[in-house]
Design a protein around this ligand. Structure first.
Ligand SMILES: [Zn+2]
Length: 269
């Protein structure tokens, strides 16, 4: 298990590090998928190791994340794969930890300077925040709350294919929560904007961290109360009322969208 307290001391050569090359996680070909790699090994096998940032304590040992660059990776020793591809291939707990590593690495890099005065920032408050050395502004890791909702009408659920999506899934509607808005209001607004329907009986289902790069998906069910489907073509390609025995391709069960749909299917049996 990961303790979220971020170690403040410098990383040692035997400390474990999740190494990213852009959005790709570096793994050892013969190692466990999604496992971190000792720092000394990364430093000897890659041209440049940078942005070393603490992630937490894994089984009481400090663990870190970093960026790596190399002109030629040893393909007999390492793999490089998109973080997204790990979803469903390692446990949810392990994925969420690797996702945290990627989020903190990205956040530290993008908040090296103060947004108010341009001064240099440094980790503060046991690594929970970054503080500006010049003006003391504190900033915290950015999480973007996002509602995702399954709209139901009697024994049907509404599934939609996103505009421009490269994989043709039919999934739940989703959108970011706006400042000044409750999650329930966001559900009602997004459903109206995307498909022109009104809903009520909005119930929380569960949540999922979604580190691409920093969403927190908050799952809801909502009951249709009125309107005919009228899609916003900028957001949605197609939206359909679907019966349990006649479903289009749906997202996998490791995603909260898949869980919302499967939960509805179970309730219809
Ligand atoms: Zn500042």
């Amino acid at each position: 298990m990961l303790d979220f307290v971020r170690p403040t001391g410098p990383a040692g050569p035997s400390d474990l590090v999740w190494a990213f090359q852009g959005r790709n996680l570096i793994g050892e070909l013969m190692g466990e998928q999604g496992a971190p790699i000792p720092l000394a090994q990364l430093e000897s096998d890659f041209d440049r190791v940078s942005g070393l940032t603490p992630v937490g304590l894994l089984n009481k040992r400090p663990v870190y994340a970093c960026s790596v660059e190399t002109s030629a990776m040893d393909m007999m020793k390492y793999t490089s794969g998109n973080l997204f591809a790990l979803l469903g291939r390692i446990s949810t707990t392990s994925f969420d930890i690797v996702g945290r590593a990627y989020q903190l690495l990205t956040w530290d890099r993008e908040h090296a300077y103060c947004g108010r005065c341009g001064g240099v920032t440094a980790l503060a408050d046991k690594g929970q925040s970054r503080c500006c050395n010049a003006c003391n502004l504190s900033v915290y890791p950015r999480l973007s709350p996002c509602v995702i909702m399954l709209v139901t009408r009697d024994n049907e659920c509404l599934l939609a294919a996103g505009a421009g999506a490269n994989r043709r899934f039919y999934s739940c509607l989703a959108g970011f929560v706006e400042p000044g808005e409750s999650c329930e209001q966001a559900v009602q607004r997004e459903v109206m904007e995307e498909v022109g329907l009104t809903v009520d009986d909005i119930r929380y289902h569960g949540s999922q961290p979604w580190p691409f790069p920093g969403q927190l998906m908050l799952g809801f069910t909502a009951r249709w109360t009125g309107g005919e489907i009228n899609i916003d073509p900028e957001e949605i390609d197609e939206a359909l009322w679907c019966k349990p025995d006649n479903l289009p391709p749906i997202p996998p069960a490791f995603s909260i969208a898949g869980q919302l749909i499967n939960s509805f299917l179970s309730s219809q049996k």
